[in-house]
Design a protein around this ligand. Structure first.
Ligand SMILES: [Zn+2]
Ligand SMILES: [Zn+2]
Length: 345
């Protein structure tokens, strides 16, 4: 698989820039919502084989070949505000690529796919993931299927507030008229279509969370919607940051670990912490690079807050009671979805 073993064959009739090969490759991103590097190679190979005299195998496609192809496509589609971008899957560490619209967030684009009622449901699901189920002490950032089903109906209609007060205020009545919600089976259809579009993913514990593609497409939307800057008013409300980036890779963390000091904003993807704490000195004192707190790697972000409850991931004590994990050691590396059947401590 050396570079020289894979001559880049250009058809004589085409210019050096964007050509049939790029066009065909771009189309593959419209049929597959996301592609990993290993998935892209055979696709590009079959495109090359169809259009040149020789048979290409996935092994003939080198990393530079792939990068050059994507770069040429990106130069071409930039003026349409599209870009092929990649991020790492938080669970598998694998790079995934998607065609992303830089001009409008995915929710705006959904307006063409979903009805107003369905879109309202999607927004309620996101609010649940990133507000309701994402408090300072419990950053689950995911939603169970049953909780999602409960959000099918429109806001407040028969909701807690009107049950408590007996009446709903005018605003909420108006909101209920505007958004009557959808049925539970319609909500299931929306969830299924979001999963098949690689926008949501569903874990084996039954939690829906944002898939890598959504994290790329909704990065700005999530921060603008759920992070609140400190208010300048008399009350001087402190800023609330619900969406945080990984200390290692700067991508949003919705599944990972956090500093044992609850006041500290340091978040990690599992594999990013593993890389950081591989350094022997760092591993030995296990200090958070920001606040210096000794960290055990046992305070989670994501569904493990709930699925590993009792291991120092719940409550507000900080300091991590119960957990035995050490950041930077192999145990952290094994914290993949598959290794998640808990042997409870
Ligand atoms: Zn990271
Ligand atoms: Zn810290």
């Amino acid at each position: 698989m050396s570079r020289s073993a894979s001559p880049i064959v250009r058809p004589v009739s085409e210019d050096e820039g964007y050509n049939w090969m790029h066009r065909a490759f771009l189309q593959s991103f419209q049929t597959h919502s996301v592609l990993t590097t290993d998935e892209m190679k055979p696709i590009l190979a079959s495109i090359m084989s169809a259009h040149t005299d020789r048979a290409w195998s996935a092994a003939d496609i080198t990393q530079p070949h792939l990068s050059n192809t994507i770069q040429t496509i990106n130069t071409k589609i930039e003026s349409y505000d599209y870009e092929i971008r990649s991020t790492k899957d938080q669970h598998t560490k694998e790079s995934v690529w998607a065609l992303v619209n830089n001009a409008s967030d995915a929710l705006t684009q959904f307006a063409t796919t979903f009805s107003a009622g369905e879109l309202g449901f999607v927004r309620r699901v996101l609010d649940y993931m990133f507000d309701t189920n994402n408090t300072a002490n419990r950053q689950v950032m995911a939603i169970k299927h049953t909780d999602a089903s409960n959000l099918a109906r429109g806001p407040r209609r028969g909701g807690r507030q009107s049950q408590i007060n007996g009446t709903a205020d005018e605003d909420s009545q108006a909101a209920a008229v505007a958004d009557l919600g959808i049925s539970i089976s319609e909500a299931d259809t929306v969830l299924d279509s979001l999963v098949s579009a690689a926008f949501f993913q569903k874990s084996k514990h039954g939690y829906f969370s944002l898939a890598p593609r959504a994290l790329m497409e909704l990065r700005s939307y999530l921060k603008e919607t759920y992070n609140e800057p400190a208010s300048a008013g008399d009350d001087g409300d402190e800023e609330i940051i619900r969406i945080r980036d990984c200390y290692g890779c700067q991508a949003i963390v919705t599944y990972g670990i956090r500093c044992n000091n609850r006041e500290c904003g340091v978040r990690w993807h599992d594999h990013c912490a593993t890389i950081f704490y591989k350094d022997r000195r760092r591993r030995e004192d296990k200090k958070c690079p920001s606040c210096g707190t000794e960290c055990e790697g046992n305070v989670y972000v994501g569904e493990r807050v709930e699925t590993r409850a009792g291991r120092g991931s719940t409550g507000s004590g900080g300091g991590g009671g119960g957990g035995r994990r050490r950041m930077g050691q192999e145990e952290v590396e094994e914290e993949e979805e598959d290794a998640e059947e808990d042997e409870d401590e």
